[in-house]
Design a protein around this ligand. Structure first.
Ligand code: GDP
Length: 319
């Protein structure tokens, strides 16, 4: 029997990390590793080095990150830049030192300029100024791409980067301060429904356009990208432009999204927009040509994904 590949999932408790972990565990070819924060502090280079050198992993999924919606980015900019820079630097550097075969770094389409041609092509990175609301987070993610690229260029490592749109699904945070828009709106609209509120205010103008990717689809895409042979993957990227957009390439306005969630939850009140809250990027929809060239597609419609997420919300609320 072939020896199983040793895979480490960094950030296995997060929404994407846990979905990837679930998928990998189903495949018989992998021996999957993960650690709690208490056992392995990813902010500590010495601990990460020792752990990686001891285990000699074949594959690493770097999902560990400080993440959050527009409000969390506004309140905790220092955490967003410091923790992301430190975790990714420690993990990528230790992966190189311990001769890891392959690593996947997860970023987000917020790395692209605030005002940018759409759909967002990989080459638009660093072509103009970033959006202020999540600049510290975006700078960390851009540094992560450049770290992977630089190790690849200098040491011929196989460190890949994918940029995801707004993800949502099971395992999301519904905390008002931290959540992204879908989970935030599910919590607020459900509350408005059970409290019979006549009106509900939603942040911003409702005009921004976002692309949403259901977390199970995101996990599936990540695993497929990692299973792609190096020669095939490298045909799609360049030494100085190595990241790949993932997603479905479909945009929807926040207003339409709010109405869709309202219908799914069955709230009859009126929604209005509170423009004292920030909008963030006017539009973020990715060009996913490189992903589709690999024959990889997302499966879940937005409506179906929101229904599943709402179901998860209710289940954890009443468990
Ligand atoms: P972004 O893509 O980084 O801006 O991430 P978010 O998911 O946090 O926000 C997306 C858009 O939804 C922004 O324009 C927000 O102002 C808007 N939005 C409307 N209501 C909410 C809410 O309850 N929570 C969040 N996070 N965003 C909201």
């Amino acid at each position: 029997m072939r020896k199983k590949l040793k895979v480490f999932v960094a950030g296995h408790k997060g929404m994407l990390g846990s979905a990837i972990l679930k998928k990998l565990k189903k495949k018989n070819i992998f021996k999957v590793f993960y650690e709690t924060k208490k056992n392995l502090n990813l902010l500590n280079q010495k601990q990460v080095d020792a752990y990686f050198l001891k285990n000699k992993f074949d594959i690493i999924y770097l999902c560990a990150a400080r993440v959050g919606g527009i409000w969390a980015n506004k309140i905790y900019p220092a955490n967003f830049i410091y923790e992301n820079l430190t975790i990714q630097t420690n993990v990528i550097n230790a992966a190189h030192k311990s001769k890891v075969g392959k690593l996947l770094f997860i970023g987000s389409t917020c790395i692209y300029p605030k005002i940018c041609r759409q759909p967002l092509k990989e080459e638009y990175l660093l072509s103009s100024k970033l959006e202020e609301s999540n600049e510290p987070y975006a700078i960390a993610k851009i540094a992560g791409i450049k770290l992977c690229e630089s190790f690849n260029r200098q040491y011929q490592t196989d460190f890949r980067s994918v940029m995801a749109p707004n993800m949502y699904g099971e395992g999301d945070s519904f905390d008002e301060e931290k959540s992204h828009v879908i989970s935030g709106l599910i919590g607020k609209i459900y509350n408005a429904k059970i409290n019979n509120l006549k009106t509900l205010s939603v942040w911003g103008t409702g005009k921004p356009i976002r692309e949403f990717l259901y977390v199970d689809d995101a996990a599936d895409i990540c695993v497929k990208i990692m299973n792609t042979r190096k020669e095939v993957f490298n045909k799609l990227v360049k030494p100085n432009l190595s990241h790949l957009n993932i997603g479905n390439g479909i945009g929807i306005s926040i207003k339409k999204l709010a109405l869709l969630i309202k219908n799914i939850i069955g709230y009859n009140g009126k929604i209005y927009f509170d423009t004292s809250y920030p909008d963030g990027h006017p539009k973020k929809v990715a060009n996913i040509r490189k992903q589709t060239t690999l024959g990889i597609k997302s499966k879940t419609s937005l409506e179906k994904g929101i229904k599943k997420t709402y179901h998860f919300y209710l289940k954890q609320k009443f468990k």
